[in-house]
Design a protein around this ligand. Structure first.
Ligand code: PEP
Length: 252
């Protein structure tokens, strides 16, 4: 993906089955055939379905994504999936540091940075998720929290930091139906862009996605903000008509 091209990525989370995936992607690809997208589109799917979704997406412009990756290269790490394994299935993008992984699996900033490094070494673009909790926002710590999360990755990647995608996902907005206002999101995106530019001039053009209850109704205004380059979509990516409308909103 060229930097700052509009980018809409779906995160299916732990929602999938062989027939459901075929139905969802059938409807998505048919919609995109009728109205080809003007942006990069990807779906981040659960690991067991990588092969199925790779086959379903073959010949389309929709990219395959994963929701996580191991921080290790190979070896005795039961249950984990390496970046090289993802590469075997032509995975183009992988989420790292999603708040559900930070929250439920204790993932640290250092682990997120290590995962991003492994992905880049395998030729896969990390989508680095950052975001504050409601308590952190109410304490006025939003900028400091997202800066800390981003800096950990930027510092460890060095010049390669320009090759990542960043997703700002306020934790209080994920799966809650409560969306950041376009102004709230833009403010944090501007902070993140400033931080990237200060660390590495070439990183100023990294795409920064917004995620958190983005839907067909609120996508146009969010995507119109100057520093919002796209969306990371959870719930609404499971409904083809809604996801298609968000993809269409990225055209403007
Ligand atoms: C997500 O899982 O990254 C997300 C943004 O979820 P939702 O759109 O459901 O809030």
């Amino acid at each position: 993906m060229t930097t700052r091209q509009k980018f809409i990525a779906g995160n299916w989370k732990m929602n999938a089955s062989l027939p459901a995936n075929a139905a969802l992607l059938g409807a998505l690809l048919e919609g995109l055939r009728q109205q080809p997208p003007a942006c990069e589109v990807a779906v981040a799917v659960p690991m067991p379905y990588l092969s199925q979704v790779q086959q379903l997406l073959a010949g389309s412009s929709v990219r395959l994504g994963a929701q996580d990756v191991s921080a290790h290269d190979a070896g005795a790490y039961t249950g984990e999936t390496s970046a090289a394994m993802l590469r075997d299935f032509a995975v183009r993008y992988a989420l790292v540091g999603h708040s559900e992984r930070r929250q439920y699996h204790g993932e640290t900033d250092a682990q997120v940075a290590a995962k991003a490094e492994r992905l880049l070494a395998a030729g896969i673009t990390p989508i680095v998720c950052v975001g504050e909790t409601l308590a952190e926002r109410e304490a006025g710590a939003t900028d400091a929290v997202v800066a800390r999360q981003l800096d950990a990755v930027v510092q460890s990647l060095g010049a390669a930091a320009a090759q990542v995608v960043v997703a700002y996902e306020p934790v209080w907005a994920i799966g809650t139906g409560r969306t950041a206002t376009p102004q709230q999101a833009q403010q944090v995106h501007a902070v993140l862009r400033g931080r990237l530019a200060a660390a590495r001039p070439e990183a100023a053009r990294v795409a920064i996605l917004y995620g958190g209850s983005m839907n067909a109704a609120n996508a146009p205004e969010l995507l119109a903000q100057p520093d919002i380059d796209g969306g990371l979509i959870g719930g609404a990516s499971l409904k083809a008509p809604d996801f298609l409308k968000i993809i269409e909103a990225a055209r403007a």
